[in-house]
Design a protein around this ligand. Structure first.
Ligand code: PA5
Length: 439
């Protein structure tokens, strides 16, 4: 009833239905490899059964810590980058009211450690001055430069503001169970900690405390999020026939399109609250599939906003793209276009119609135009933008990503390419151990 849907019929003007069903066997095999744990990267499959194995006890431990920070803090700074940041940001933005922060809803969640912007850190530090704040520091490796830098600066500020003892009570670390600088630091300082399981990679960690704690601090119902993911876990298992298995269908379809020359997938939404879902998706698929000189390039647009910027390119640029649209069937609120007796703007033809009706017609019109322009279209429909549906969406994308990566023939669970810039940066910074590298 409240299940997300996937529509792929609008790709069949470009690739045959047969070509998609011909990949059913590969998709099923890939899904079974995930379940049996006999594929590449099988040390990182902890996310697969995470929703169904998350206990009430684990959720209440997260909620207790969230409530403590909610009571103490006007602002909570969540420090992390990549998989240690994007999932929480995506869910918080999707569920919260668009103007909650301006309306003064507390606690305000802000992010740090996802860039090395000096201005950003100075401005954040100024904003925190005189405000009651706390810190959630997230890093699986515990050694990533961006979050470590932000934490060093904000830890000092917090300790100076409230004293070392109280700073300790307002700091939570989420990291590896035993390894890494953050684990050592947290042990020494006595911070409350949560563990990122060894077998869950960063970009698959949104349903661990990495995502769940910041999401709970924002006052969002994490039990419903996990319940949605658990239901999706059930229906995307390898036991579900291909024709009913939306994760296998999505994975197969995007691989067929890729093989036909559609090298870029554009994730488009018609709801600005979904912007960071696309950012999370970009990391999930980009880091999982872009390797061995292969992989679909992941791009994202917010419609209708970007129809007035990237719309021209999508309509008439190089025909190497396909589009996956996320559409929300029923918005949370209702708003009708008012009648204006003067009708100077000529909008009376819409009077009495819902704004969402206009948006849905924009979506339909865009789909028709893009199909006409040579852009295959997949469509994912969320019945509502709530925790339950979002939980489904997150797990759907994760499961499909694992399947898709195996169909592509890569290890979807490593990211060797991410190290290249770090090595050069450390050499340039003369980090101990990197002094002898010549660039
Ligand atoms: O998916 C990944 O593994 C990466 O994007 C990491 O999430 C990111 O680099 C942050 O790493 P860490 O959590 O170790 O600081």
């Amino acid at each position: 009833m409240n299940q997300i849907k996937l529509e792929i019929d609008k790709v069949f003007d470009f690739v045959s239905k047969h070509s998609v069903t011909a990949l059913a066997g590969d998709a099923k095999k890939a899904n079974l490899m995930l379940e049996k744990g006999n594929g590449n990267g099988n040390k990182f499959l902890g996310w697969l059964n995470l929703p169904s194995s998350t206990s009430d006890k684990a959720l209440s431990e997260i909620l207790d810590s969230a409530n403590l920070l909610r009571t103490k803090c006007e602002v909570v700074v969540v420090i992390g980058i990549g998989g240690s940041y994007l999932g929480a940001k995506a869910v918080i933005d999707a569920i919260s009211g668009s103007f909650d922060s301006l309306e003064g809803k507390r606690p305000l969640i802000v992010f740090a450690g996802h860039n090395i912007g000096e201005d950003y850190l100075v401005e954040l530090s100024r904003f925190l001055t005189g405000r009651q704040f706390g810190i959630v520091n997230i890093s699986k490796s515990g050694t990533t430069t961006e979050p470590a830098l932000a934490f060093r600066i904000l830890k000092k500020q917090l300790e100076e503001a409230v004293g070392k003892d109280e700073a300790k009570n307002r700091t939570i670390a989420i990291t590896d169970a035993t390894r890494g600088a953050l684990r050592t630091l947290a042990g020494k300082e006595g911070y409350k900690t949560f563990v990122i399981p060894d077998n869950v990679g960063g970009r698959f960690s949104v349903l661990t405390p990495v995502g769940l704690l910041p999401i709970a601090i924002a006052g969002i119902d994490i039990a419903k999020l996990v319940a949605g993911a658990a239901d999706m876990e059930k229906i995307t298992g390898a036991g579900t026939p291909f024709e009913d298995n939306i994760a296998e269908i999505y994975a197969a379809t995007r691989n067929v399109l890729y093989r036909s020359g559609k090298k870029t997938e554009i994730l488009a939404n018609f709801n600005p609250k979904l912007h960071f879902i696309a950012e999370w998706w970009k990391q999930l698929y980009g880091e999982s599939e872009g390797k061995e000189q292969k992989g679909i390039f992941n791009a994202a647009v917010d419609f209708t906003t970007d129809l007035h910027s990237m719309g021209q390119w999508i309509q008439e640029g190089e025909r190497t793209v396909f589009e996956t649209v996320i559409s929300v069937a029923e918005p949370e609120h209702r708003l009708e276009v008012p009648t204006d007796p003067e009708n100077l703007d000529g909008l009376n033809y819409l009077a009495g119609k819902r704004v969402d009706f206009v948006n849905k017609m924009a979506e339909k019109g865009t789909q028709l135009a893009h199909l006409e322009g040579g852009v295959p279209n997949l469509r994912i429909e969320l019945p509502k933008l709530d925790e339950y549906c979002l939980g489904q969406l997150l797990y759907f994308f994760e499961r499909a990503c694992g399947i898709s990566g195996y169909i592509l023939g890569v290890n979807p669970f490593n990211q060797p390419g991410v190290e290249a810039y770090k090595k050069n940066m450390f050499a340039l910074l003369k980090k101990p151990g990197y002094e002898n590298i010549t660039l």
